[in-house]
Design a protein around this ligand. Sequence first.
Ligand SMILES: NC(=O)c1ccc[n+]([C@@H]2O[C@H](COP(=O)([O-])OP(=O)(O)OC[C@H]3O[C@@H](n4cnc5c(N)ncnc54)[C@H](OP(=O)(O)O)[C@@H]3O)[C@@H](O)[C@H]2O)c1
Length: 285
Amino acid sequence: MDHVRRHAMRRRIAIGLRRELMSDIRRFALVTGASSGIGMAYAEHLASRGYDLILVARRGDRLEAIAHKIRAQEGRQVVTYVADLSDPDDLLGLERMLRENEDVDVLVNNAGLGALGSTASAGVDALENLVRINVLALTRLSCAALAGFRRRGHGILINIASVIALAPSATAAAYSGSKAYVLNFSRSLQLECAGSGIVVQTVLPGPVRTEFFEASGVCSSIFSEHLFISADELVAAALKALDMKELVCFPTLPDIAAWDEFENARTSFSKSLVTVGRPSPRYAG
Ligand SMILES: NC(=O)c1ccc[n+]([C@@H]2O[C@H](COP(=O)([O-])OP(=O)(O)OC[C@H]3O[C@@H](n4cnc5c(N)ncnc54)[C@H](OP(=O)(O)O)[C@@H]3O)[C@@H](O)[C@H]2O)c1
């Protein structure tokens, strides 16, 4: 997007937010990848929880249609922000808007893609694009939002990972790696923010019925149909988990005790990695 259009858009958003604040105290949630699937469901749920919205994606016509529906149904203010998160200038513009604006209480870093298949068939350019969106944009937008949250002493950051964060895969190498990054990055941020009034939640969906598989260049039948949930069910569960202060949310995990068990094993294993200051005897000779 060119500089003049970006500047005009930021100005319109700033004026819109100020106008709202003069009449009423209103809080905004910014959702990336809000033009379909899980992002659209977050927009709808957060609006029904009383948030005004800033919706971000590339497809402005889709964003406008969703914004129109939410304005009509929920009476919330909805601002659309067209940006390609793989474009450094677009990303910088969005970061600047997040840093400068005192009204955004929630950031949902949802935009993402799969570039599925073998690394050879996906191609290195597609993998780079995936890293730009799933990793780089999520990191930079998290930092921009946290700067404001720290100033105000509160805020909610929701980062969308995937169950594949815990499962290396021959047909999703970069995707699995990117979501493992999202999981560890977000959990580390939560440790950094402990006791500050800032909440960082990581959501790890299994298969969700959206445009994701189509957009990632494969057909959805790699999972059988009965394993899919809807984006609406996913977001309802993840927001309920947020209410329950579940900061790592597996929406389809039947029993949370299994995660606690996994975490205990991981913690004791990671402690065993740094108990002695010498190479293991099995590597001697
Ligand atoms: N569906 C699943 O089974 C599943 C499972 C686990 C995790 N997830 C994660 O859930 C998140 C949402 O995926 P979804 O299932 O809702 O898929 P989706 O329906 O394909 O939605 C992806 C969203 O990301 C946006 N996006 C993609 N590239 C972008 C770019 N360069 N700049 C800005 N926005 C971009 C798309 O908007 P535009 O095309 O309009 O830009 C769209 O709104 C992703 O992070 C995904 O990894 C999905």
